[in-house]
Ligand binder design. Structure first.
Ligand SMILES: Nc1ncnc2c1ncn2[C@@H]1O[C@H](COP(=O)(O)OP(=O)(O)OP(=O)(O)O)[C@@H](O)[C@H]1O
Length: 346
């Protein structure tokens, strides 16, 4: 499903025909394959998939992150109309923070232990809000810390990161990411390692931020309960390829790709324990030379043809696409009630 020029113009982010490799010249290993994805203004999109499927890699590309050990083998990443890998350093720096910002995995660890909270904000605000003088920067820092629900935000700038709990450090990282008032916020597993109360508070904060500012969000997560609570769309990545993309409510209640079905069935819910047989062992990552479906070796429904032909992406409902040649057959064999499990939304 190629990305149309009109979609790119209207989108906050558009990824088109993206192939990405890790390694070095002469020894590249594919990590993302033929990824097409557009994100519209105000959407809250979850990116899910098992460990190593390429979620963090995809997320980091939206910030134009360049690395020696990684190459774009094909395709383009456009954020707010800018081809991020064609931008020079200064233009990319202007885009980052101000238009697109990242809340990294374990946000607390991204804070420098020897620097007061004020110094962290002063640096980002100087870059992204040069219109603010010292006094205004301090006022804005307190305002941002209050907005993310940090207790006693007036006192916080004088303190060091270690003087806050893990959940509070995550909020500080979120406030820092919000300091440039970005259009697109990329959140890489922000709820990992947090207790239920802190997690719920963070999610309601993100919902409130999105409602108040219209911030578009890409939410990378293994936490399906959090996804159900926050996101309106789910994109499923398997071995570096998008295998399903659709409205969150539909994907969670009536997943159409066998991998999505297995992924949901293998997650614990309030309804009962995970199904330990839901997913067969081991993904080997994308193989661009392979003719067939990359999930076929693990798919209990795979037919011989699945190993010979790459599935085309099919539209199965409004804004719902699936890359599986057998999705209709599987839908009959495994109706929604036996494939998806209800997800706690409390
Ligand atoms: N610097 C690197 N060099 C080589 N391979 C890498 C590098 N970083 C990531 N990879 C590989 O790329 C693949 C995708 O990694 P990525 O971190 O994007 O996955 P992920 O879905 O975010 O995983 P997780 O859920 O565990 O964070 C993995 O196979 C990983 O081993």
């Amino acid at each position: 499903m190629r990305v149309e020029a009109r979609d790119v113009r209207d989108a906050v982010a558009a990824i088109d025909g993206l192939d990405v490799d890790y390694g070095r010249p002469g020894a590249w290993r594919p990590v993302l394959r033929s990824v097409d994805l557009t994100i519209a203004p105000g959407e809250r999109v979850a990116l899910i998939g098992e460990s190593g499927s390429g979620k963090s890699t995809l997320a980091s590309l939206l910030l134009g992150e360049r690395r020696e050990d990684r190459r774009l083998a094909a395709g383009r990443v456009t954020v707010l109309g800018h081809d991020v890998f064609a931008l020079d350093r200064r233009s990319l720096q202007r885009l980052r923070g101000r238009r697109v910002a990242l809340v990294p995995q374990n946000g607390g660890a991204s804070l420098t232990p020897t620097r007061r909270i004020a110094a962290h904000f002063s640096e980002t605000l100087r870059t992204h809000r040069p219109d603010l003088d010292r006094r205004a920067r301090r006022a804005r820092t307190i305002e941002l810390l209050g907005e993310v629900g940090l207790p006693a935000p007036e006192a916080a700038p004088r303190l060091y990161p270690h003087q806050f709990s893990g959940g509070q450090q995550q909020r500080i990282a979120l406030a820092l990411a919000m300091s440039g008032d970005p259009d697109l916020l990329v959140l890489d597993e922000p709820t990992t390692g947090q207790d239920a109360v802190t997690r719920r508070a963070l999610l309601s904060l993100l919902r409130a931020l999105s409602a108040r500012r219209g911030t578009t969000m890409l939410f990378v997560s293994h936490d399906l309960t959090a996804v159900a609570q926050l996101c309106d769309r789910i994109v499923v990545l398997y071995a570096g390829e998008i295998v399903e993309d659709g409205p969150a409510e539909i994907v969670l209640s009536d997943p159409r790709h066998p991998y999505t079905k297995a992924l949901l069935a293998s997650a614990p819910t309030l309804d009962g324990p995970p199904d330990p047989t839901a997913i067969l062992d081991g993904s080997s990552g994308p193989d661009r030379a392979a003719a067939g479906c990359s999930f076929a070796p693990r798919c209990r429904h795979a037919a011989p043809a699945c190993r010979e032909h790459r599935p085309t992406v099919e539209t199965v409902g409004p804004r719902h696409r699936v890359a599986c040649a057998l999705h209709e057959v599987i839908a009959v064999a495994l109706p929604p009630a036996s494939s998806g499990k209800s997800r706690a939304t409390a």
